[in-house]
Design a protein around this ligand. Structure first.
Ligand SMILES: Nc1ncnc2c1ncn2[C@@H]1O[C@H](COP(=O)(O)OP(=O)(O)O)[C@@H](O)[C@H]1O
Ligand SMILES: [Mg+2]
Length: 418
């Protein structure tokens, strides 16, 4: 069997690692991959949003199944192109990917299907935005409609902050003008968790939940990032809460997809706020999370390839899923300056020294050059460890995080501490 994974981050390295673990015989390809994926897959340099070209690569290399990591190719319709060419792909088509690519579409979908989410209004202009703000209470949350790489949301504490953000969107066009919509919604109070499922629109299989850390510094200080660490399961999670999430959120979502004729095949990620009044949906993502994947897949005991194939064939009903009871935790090592402008091309040392520690190293922004591994991105490496307890997993991860070295390395020291 030949499988191709699209993407170049820690999430994609984890996918490739898990596929190889499930079936040693699988021949793996990655577009474009990174310095770590290189060890287990043939890396093909290509832009992840050149869908036609990637489909040609799949045909040329006789790929049986393609797995899409990031949201951008999905939003641009890579799965539609693959399906038109009769190629098997894991990831939703463009119409379904809109649940992530357009927050206004997602909010309307939730409203139509009575899925708990913050009360909201939508504007399509600066002036209308001001009118809405005049009748809202603060703090409120302002969200750009389109994909914004994690920078499109602002919690506004007062009217002035809110106007400032609206000006950046409508006057300065900091996110371009793919969409002219902005959502203004109530600010919810509670704790966030990530809940992911596999679904083929008929049935679903839940994954174990995770909690990620978005801010760059300890104690949730500093600007937002793509994610600096993660652990699974979150401490507030229990069976009762899971039942509630499935009953109030997952089932109504699947029913909504069916009712609205949205053929969804892939991973559906619920960004949840657990409030006093129960779980609310902050957003949908239409793919695996990064770094959630780095703590979820190491706990997965079932065969990922079988489940992904069943999803693409809409036969998920015949599958079941098993998870390890172990705790898992990961920490991201980032480049100097990240999440702002960062440096690259620093040699990474200590990779040999951690080989016999009980950790799994996933590469993100790395590349190979003349037999050396160099930094090539903001988030460079992610280190995962499992343990019977979180302190045990933490000890393992931080021992490795100390040993690995590159100029400007920084990471959070408080992952897994509540
Ligand atoms: N209604 C809300 N109430 C409180 N916090 C929110 C709300 N919506 C979003 N947030 C905060 O903003 C972050 C980003 O929002 P989200 O909708 O997940 O967008 P994205 O991940 O695309 O940036 C969330 O993780 C959460 O911390
Ligand atoms: Mg989010």
């Amino acid at each position: 069997m030949k499988i191709m994974v699209i993407g170049s981050g820690g999430r994609e390295h984890t996918l490739v690692w898990k596929i190889k673990k499930d079936d040693r015989e699988t021949e793996l390809f990655a577009v474009p991959g990174n310095g770590g994926i290189y060890e287990i897959a043939e890396c093909i340099p290509a832009k992840t949003n050149h869908s036609e070209h990637i489909a040609d690569l799949a045909i040329k290399n006789n790929i049986n199944l393609t797995v899409v990591g990031p949201e951008l190719p999905l939003a641009e319709g890579i799965s539609d192109i693959f399906q038109q060419k009769g190629l098997k792909i894991f990831g939703p088509i463009k119409k379904a990917a809109k649940l992530e690519a357009s927050k206004s579409f997602a909010k309307e979908f939730m409203k139509n299907n009575k899925i708990p989410t913050a009360d909201f209004e939508i504007t399509d202009s600066y002036d209308k935005g001001i009118q809405i703000l005049e009748r809202r209470v603060f703090p409120c949350v302002i969200k750009y409609d389109g994909l914004a790489a994690g920078k499109g949301v602002m919690v506004a504490n007062n009217f002035d902050e809110a106007i400032d953000f609206l000006e950046k969107i409508y006057r300065d066009k900091i996110f371009g003008d793919k969409s002219n919509k902005v959502i203004i919604e109530d600010c919810l109070d509670g704790r966030e968790i990530s809940y992911l499922i596999f679904t083929d629109t008929v049935d679903f299989l839940p994954m174990v939940p995770a909690k990620d850390y978005k801010r760059v510094f300890d104690n949730d200080k500093g600007p937002n990032t793509g994610g600096m660490g993660c652990y699974s399961p979150p401490s507030l999670f229990n069976q009762e809460l899971e039942k509630l999430i499935q009953k109030n959120i997952v089932f109504p979502t699947i029913k909504g997809l069916q009712k609205e004729n949205i053929d969804y095949r892939g991973v559906l990620y619920f960004g949840l706020m657990i409030t006093k009044k129960g779980p609310y949906v902050l957003e949908y993502n239409v793919r695996f999370g990064d770094p959630e994947t780095q703590v979820i897949l190491p706990r997965m005991e079932s065969n990922l390839i079988e489940i992904m194939e069943a999803v693409t064939e809409q036969s998920l009903k015949k599958c079941s899923i098993r998870w390890s009871k172990m705790k898992s935790l990961c920490v991201i090592l980032a480049s100097a300056g990240y999440p702002g402008k960062y440096e690259t091309d620093k040699e990474i040392k200590g990779l040999k020294e951690i080989e016999n520690l009980d950790v799994i190293l996933f590469h993100a922004g790395t590349k190979r050059e003349n037999g050396k591994i160099l930094t090539a991105g903001g988030r460079v490496l992610s280190i995962t460890a499992m343990g019977n307890t979180f302190p045990e997993a933490r000890d393992k991860v931080y021992k490795a995080a100390d040993i690995i070295d590159f100029e400007g390395k920084h990471y959070r020291k408080d992952i897994g501490l509540e």
